[in-house]
Design a protein around this ligand. Structure first.
Ligand code: SF4
Length: 172
């Protein structure tokens, strides 16, 4: 399936726990003031790729232990991004997904759009909410502003309530 991308990074240590491959999806409707990636906003920008190409580039899980789906807004292309997330999980990789939407909003949308639900179901940690410049905090791990949450998606879906992700190796 085709997907519009802004870019890919093979190894990152700032886009989730451990060393991660990062897929930057092109297109974002949120237009957060102070966004660090304004070149990713235009849905027609970036370049065209395919889920097959990205899946072929997934790491083997030894040094690089997971995949981060970032942007742009991954949920603007949920069908393609859900396919990549499912393939990553099949390989035993962890999946971190960034979104400018709130988790609760995505749960509502998932009732009408199954691909949104599939992407959530194949996400381990969701970094949710828009970047809010007045809440900018450089001390936060993996996110830019204090309104953004690190959500343990499997636990939240299981319990029907938002569970924040915590890792004892990191202090927040
Ligand atoms: S959601 Fe992310 S990429 Fe989109 S405008 Fe906000 S900070 Fe930028």
């Amino acid at each position: 399936m085709r997907i519009q991308l802004a870019g890919m990074v093979k190894e990152s240590v700032v886009d989730g726990p451990g060393i991660r491959m990062v897929v930057f999806v092109q297109g974002c409707p949120h237009h957060c003031i102070g966004c660090h990636n304004p070149d990713t906003h235009d849905p027609a920008g970036g370049y065209e790729s395919t889920t097959e190409e990205i899946i072929a580039a997934l790491p083997d899980g030894k040094l690089v232990s997971g995949v981060t789906l970032s942007g742009g807004e991954p949920f603007q292309q949920p069908e393609a991004v859900a396919i990549i997330a499912a393939a990553a999980k099949d390989k035993g990789l962890s999946v971190v997904t960034y979104t400018g939407y709130r988790f609760e909003k995505l749960l509502e949308v998932a009732e009408m759009n199954p691909a949104v639900g599939q992407l959530l179901q194949n996400t381990d940690i969701l970094v949710d909410g828009p970047y809010e410049q007045e809440k900018r905090d450089l001390s936060l791990a993996f996110r830019g502003s204090a309104n953004q949450r690190l959500i343990d998606v499997p636990a939240s879906l299981r319990d029907g309530a938002v569970k924040q992700w915590t890792d004892p190796a990191w202090s927040f």
